[in-house]
Design a protein around this ligand. Sequence first.
Ligand SMILES: [Zn+2]
Length: 347
Amino acid sequence: MPIVVLKLPDVKVYAENRPRRCPSCKGEILQRWGGSMRTIRDHRVKEALVYRYRCTRCRHTFRHYPEGIDQAQQSQRLRKLAAICWTLGLSHRGIAAIFAIFGVGIAPMTAWRDVQEEAQQLRRRRIWKPVRVIGLDGAYVLGWGEKRPVLVAVDLGEGKPVAIGYVDEHNPDAVRRWLEPIVKRLGVSVIVTDDLLTYRGVAEKLGLEHQVCQFHVRRWVGKALHELQESLPQEWWWVLEEIKHLVAELPPEGGRHLFELWKQIPERRMGQEGVRSPLEQLRNLLIRMSEHWTSYRVFDWQKDVPWTNNGTEQIIGKMKVRSRTVRGYKTKSGMLAGLMLAGSGVC
Ligand SMILES: [Zn+2]
């Protein structure tokens, strides 16, 4: 596990600067208008001095908070720490127990709110940031005693999740409905996925470039070739070698090459009902790979596109680890927000 550097906000007892401008009218002439001591929940700072100011132009009065403090009773540092403890695997009750050791009393429900707030902030920070390439993958996470399908979208540039939803990746309409607003909002132009048929259709409908994870392709093609080696007449084994070579090299003209191979294999009528002969299976493999060839090698001419969907799988791994130990989610949206936070890591 990598060493984690925790960046926590500083917390000050009093503000070191005066406010520059009125938050309401941007006026610059401000009068101090009294102040008061506030009780703060934090492991070090227990009280803070908060001044009020009054704008001479619009007469608006407002509080000017010291660094790390706002209208909430907990310091920003403590809230952040609660969220970090949670992503590292503590329960809300566990967080409250740890804080109690440092003389800070909070209720488990407060820890839950802190986690949700951090997830919200994460969402706000991400929402307007354009993302050109996203990875998509489905997973099952535990919640309320059952496994539920979720779909996760990951910014493959930064390696951070950008969206998660209760969507079954095997349902093309559901995937498209969920993905379309994300694509529009973030300006996505490429998706990276495994070789599931759903994603092909969705990429086409939404006008996206599509890179298929080459680990997946190598796995299923390797398996298919292995099976054909067992059943195919030896005179055709050279075709298997050609395919193996093409998958390893991924040349630009590979799709054409596969198509030429396909034409060389005689078409046979099916033997028994529904049973494909090995030669027929080889033909299917060739035509399928030929048609999909462009989606195997987008990474070759678009430098920010990875050739596998590993980045997405790693983030889903983090989410799964967290979801296994979570008890007592209050809401379904809260669970998704928590998983986003877990997938984002602590820093
Ligand atoms: Zn003003």
